[in-house]
Design a protein around this ligand. Structure first.
Ligand SMILES: [Zn+2]
Length: 96
């Protein structure tokens, strides 16, 4: 099952949990944690921002806005955001 499919399944789930308030709360916290983890594993394109004549384009993480890299070699240096762990998809990112 792909990450996208797993995420859709979790989002569509209509589950009733029996147990103490604490157990029910823990269950939903666990579900939210799983959804966040799955989303981090689904590749997203970086955002391109700021342009500098010498450095080129600054690419940032589209999940947390952390600066990933400047310029044309950005795609070769990082496949994951070093701050939040978001998987980065560089395909289609223009080479400078
Ligand atoms: Zn990030």
């Amino acid at each position: 099952m792909l990450e996208n499919e797993a995420l859709q399944m979790i989002q569509k789930m209509n589950v009733k949990i029996n147990g103490t308030e604490e157990i029910v709360k823990k269950f939903y916290e666990t579900l939210e944690s799983a959804k966040r983890a799955i989303k981090k594993g689904i590749e997203v394109h970086p955002l391109a921002a700021l342009h500098d004549d010498k450095k080129g384009t600054l690419y940032t993480c589209s999940s947390c806005a952390t600066r990933l890299r400047w310029g044309p070699n950005a795609a070769r240096l990082t496949n994951y955001c070093h701050r939040c762990g978001q998987k980065i998809d560089w395909i289609g990112t223009p080479r400078e």
